[in-house]
Write a protein that binds this ligand. Structure first.
Ligand code: NAD
Length: 443
């Protein structure tokens, strides 16, 4: 099939590449000329395991191309995906300007039956707005071109995006058009061989499904952080509690890890946007507000623990930070807990020496050159001359450190473990002070 994708970010680039891998002819459009030039040369601007070789191979074999030129790209595609960003607006609602700009462009150029598929995460009712925008442009052109709008939210996880795209848990297709549903069934057939993963519904339910999924996952995290905070106050160990509750199949072990809060480009903005949607129709989504408030508090936990350890005086101290990305296997630092920690440390007059396997360039891009941030190329280099080590992202490389080496490099031997990677007894046996999240001894 001939496919066009607007947006070459995590969602658009991965989707386009996986569709090309299955033999489709895909043209990806982006307004960022620099990104397009890099992609044409096989230089993938984001870190996503397995993606770069697939991009290079499919581009070389002529199934995957990149352009900034929307008109020929739209002429190419029978199916046109919208996969551009929907960042939070000032009031927390999703900013639809990029989605609607693409809808306008599509309306400006289509000249035969086209299926417009929205993959961006958008509030309920956006399919109607996209349909209206395309129709308005067609009217302005004085032409009558048939088209359908489908809501096809994306559930891939950064860090596992290629795997998730190739083997999705489910493919949600929201549409009232049988013709569009059948076309998408064909497009997704190669990803749908083992058993039928396609869940067909109306557009509004599909749009809400995406927000409900992210809100549920964020709720699990905030719930566990709430339990962790209670555990600290009552002298219990949340890691034991986690295992105890996870054993119940109605609860399960997935996604109940306490920590330094969730970040990333999706959970924070999607929880907020769903709350705004509810508010706009007169419903007060109290649970969502609590999920957000707990997470906000959690992002400050590491600073609070460090501050407590150093009796409220962090001025002139240096803190080693392991992990800058909002989660492992990505270079994405959007809303990352590391940012809150570093910014709080800087405000308190402390210095940061940070290591991340993939996100150092992103940190440099965000913060530029500054005296109180040193980015190092090796985890142990971060410890030299530091007063404490803070674990912020649970990269595999941090799971079994040489605690003796950590101790010998730190000026004062203390670890603040924002992801509960370590057994407190082992760390303490090595002669280091240990603070985890909800481990009954951190107050
Ligand atoms: P991103 O910010 O990584 O990429 C968006 C891209 O769209 C950018 O390259 C930008 O230049 C481009 N763009 C903006 N306006 C454009 C236009 N008019 N024409 C062409 N390109 C344009 O975003 P992302 O992380 O890929 O997310 C895209 C959408 O998918 C969002 O709504 C997001 O909520 C959703 N989503 C993201 C993830 C994720 O893990 N990142 C997962 C599921 C859903």
């Amino acid at each position: 099939m001939k496919v066009t994708i607007f947006g070459t970010g995590y969602v658009g680039l991965v989707t386009g590449t996986c569709l090309a891998e299955m033999g489709n002819h895909v043209v990806c459009v982006d307004v960022d000329a620099g990104k397009v030039e890099r992609l044409k040369k096989g230089d993938v601007p984001i870190y996503e395991p397995g993606l770069e070789p697939m991009v290079i191979r499919n581009h070389a074999e002529g199934r995957l191309d990149f352009t900034t030129d929307a008109a020929p790209a739209i002429a190419h595609g029978d199916v046109v995906f919208i996969a551009v960003g929907t960042p939070p607006d000032e009031d927390g609602s999703a900013d639809l300007q990029y989605v609607l700009a693409v809808a306008n462009t599509i309306g400006d150029h289509i000249d035969r039956y086209t299926i417009v598929v929205n993959k961006s995460t958008v509030p309920v009712g956006t399919a109607d707005r996209v349909r209206a925008a395309v129709a308005e442009r067609l009217k302005q052109r004085g032409v009558d071109v048939p088209f359908d709008v489908v809501s096809n939210p994306e559930f891939l996880k950064e860090g596992d995006a290629v795997e998730d795209c190739m083997r999705p848990d489910r493919i949600v297709v929201g549409s009232s058009s049988e013709r569009a549903i059948e076309r998408l069934r064909k497009l997704y057939a190669p990803f749908n061989r083992n058993h039928d993963r396609m869940v067909v519904m109306d557009e509004r339910s599909a749009e809400l499904t995406k927000y409900a999924a992210n809100a549920m996952l964020a709720t699990k995290i905030s719930f566990m952080n709430e339990i962790a905070n209670i555990a600290e106050h009552v002298g219990a160990d949340v890691e034991l509690v986690r295992r105890g509750i996870g054993a119940d199949p109605r609860i399960g072990y997935h996604f109940i890890y306490p920590g330094a809060g969730y970040g990333g480009s999706c959970f924070p903005k999607d929880v907020q946007a769903l709350a705004r949607t509810a508010h706009s129709v007169g419903y007060d989504a109290r649970l969502l507000g609590a999920v957000e408030a707990v997470n906000d508090g959690q992002k400050s936990r590491l600073f609070a623990l460090l501050s407590k350890h150093f009796d409220g005086n962090l001025k002139g101290r240096t803190v080693a930070v392991w992990g800058l990305a909002f989660k492992p296997n990505t270079d994405d630092m959007r809303e990352a807990s590391s940012r809150r920690l570093m910014e709080q440390l800087w405000d308190a007059g402390a210095q940061v020496r940070a290591f991340d396997p993939e996100a150092s360039d992103e940190a440099r891009r965000i913060y530029g050159e500054r005296d109180d941030l040193v980015l190092v190329a090796h985890p142990y280099d971060a410890l030299e001359g530091a007063d404490a080590l803070a674990i912020v992202t649970e990269w595999k490389a941090f799971r079994s450190p040489d605690f003796q080496r950590v101790k010998s490099l730190l000026r004062t031997p203390v670890i603040v473990d924002g992801r509960n990677l370590y057994d407190p007894a082992i760390v303490e046996e090595a002669g280091l002070a240990y603070y985890g999240i909800g481990r009954g001894r951190s107050l």
